[in-house]
Design a protein around this ligand. Structure first.
Ligand code: NAD
Ligand code: NA
Length: 396
């Protein structure tokens, strides 16, 4: 079929298999261009199909020659119905990994559930024996708690008081004022239940109990801090509470891994356009200004540049892993540079519907958004009839 974007707000209902494959190939080529990382050998990636998780899987495989198992929650493709981007991304990744002689298999289902955990444990036991790196990169609006059956929905709200600031509709470029009312205690608890560290710890406990973690095993989860501009709705809001919990969980997991000489890290990553971040109010305006400033300075990075650098210059240097005063890896160093933040703050003050085309990188934001779904990718003929039904070769 001929597949065109069908956008509804911050989501796109369609995805293009060839565009998604080209994105994956571009990421593979980038990782290869940076040379070998003396990295992990057997890797489990939770949230492996898009964003930072996909980049982690690609970097493990094509940077370190690692065997990878990916877990994700994606919509398969069917006749007349394109699959979700993560479905096509994984199909492409596994095709190219297998062609390169690399082990790559995947499991599609709810990673929060006991069932998918057990299925993953069985696969590791049968095929890999043990893993030496576990990447935790789930981003979900909802979690069914495996022990209580309670459905937790995460919210993106400030805590304590109403937050009012500018926001942009990235499709139209309209800059408006948004007001978000504060979260209730229940909202906070639910957001922590979805995006905090409980599920990460459950995964590590289950892997350890089944003796599936190699000596010296490492696990990494991803966090975000960001600037004062977005603090009320991000780091000091409900999602920030969840990230505080995730970061604290790294320390308790490290305790769990002591006898294996293993370690849990949180890496603080840069703000980027992903399916998760385009849903957060205020963030798209911030990102469009940030992109403009970072591109002008020649220091812009996407997910693959971020994760390749995380592996090569932080996790697998052969020496100590550099941490901040709170024990976190910082790969958001370029975003948080003083000159970058000062310029973004100055632009923020000037941002209106009229000025944004000049001072912001909305085209860059939009291109990245469409890229997530395999659209507007260079070299792809979107007039062409493509086969929308694509198999994921390593799907278990
Ligand atoms: P993403 O939406 O691109 O990826 C989410 C992944 O989780 C996908 O692979 C999806 O299939 C999977 N997933 C979601 N629910 C699932 C479920 N129930 N079971 C199994 N898999 C499930 O998101 P992302 O932006 O790459 O986010 C990954 C992590 O990085 C998050 O912790 C996020 O907070 C963090 N982070 C994001 C940014 C950013 O700007 N995007 C910045 C810093 C940190
Ligand atoms: Na991810």
């Amino acid at each position: 079929m001929i597949i065109t974007p069908r956008v509804r707000g911050f989501i796109c209902l369609t995805a293009h298999p060839e565009g998604c494959e080209q994105n994956v190939v571009n990421q593979i080529n980038y990782v290869k261009s940076k040379g070998t990382v003396e990295g992990p050998k057997k890797v489990l990636v939770l949230g492996a199909s898009t964003g930072f998780g996909l980049a982690s899987r690609i970097t493990s495989a094509f940077g370190a020659n690692a065997a990878t198992i990916g877990v994700y929650f994606e919509k398969p493709s069917a006749e007349g119905k394109p699959g979700s981007p993560g479905w096509y991304n994984t199909a492409a990744f596994e095709k190219h990994a297998h062609a390169a002689g690399l082990y790559a298999k995947s499991i599609n289902g709810d990673a929060f559930s006991d069932e998918i955990k057990q299925k993953t444990l069985d696969l590791i036991k049968a095929d890999l024996g043990q893993v030496d790196l576990v990447i935790y990169s789930l981003a979900s609006p909802r979690r069914v708690h495996p022990k209580t059956g309670v459905v937790h929905n995460s919210v993106l709200k400030p805590i304590g008081q109403t937050f009012s600031n500018k926001t942009v509709d990235f499709h139209t470029g309209n800059v408006t004022e948004v007001s978000i009312t504060p979260a209730s205690e229940e909202d906070i608890d639910n957001t922590v239940a979805v995006m905090g560290g409980e599920d990460w710890a459950m995964w590590i406990d289950a892997l350890k109990a089944a003796d599936l973690l190699a000596p010296g095993a490492t696990t990494v989860a991803y966090s975000y801090i960001g600037p004062a501009l977005t603090e009320a709705v991000y780091r000091k809001g409900t999602i920030g509470r969840a990230k505080d919990h995730l970061e604290a969980t790294a320390f308790s997991i490290t305790d769990t891994l002591k006898d294996l000489n293993g370690k849990a890290y949180v890496s603080v990553n840069k703000a980027l356009v992903t399916q998760a971040s385009s849903a957060i109010p205020v963030i798209p305006l911030y990102i469009s200004l940030l992109y403009k400033v970072m591109k002008a300075k020649g220091i812009h990075e996407g997910t693959i540049e971020q994760i390749q650098r995380l592996f090569q210059e932080r996790l697998y240097t052969g020496g100590e892993v550099a941490l901040d005063e709170n024990g976190r890896i910082r790969i958001d160093d370029l975003e948080m540079r003083e000159d970058v933040q000062a310029e973004v703050a100055a632009l923020w003050a000037q941002a209106t519907t009229e000025t944004l085309p000049e001072i912001g990188d909305l085209p860059g934001y939009k291109t990245d958004f469409f890229h997530l779904f395999g659209f507007e990718v260079e070299g792809i003929d979107y007039e062409k009839d493509v086969n929308e039904v694509v198999e994921v070769p390593g799907l278990v």
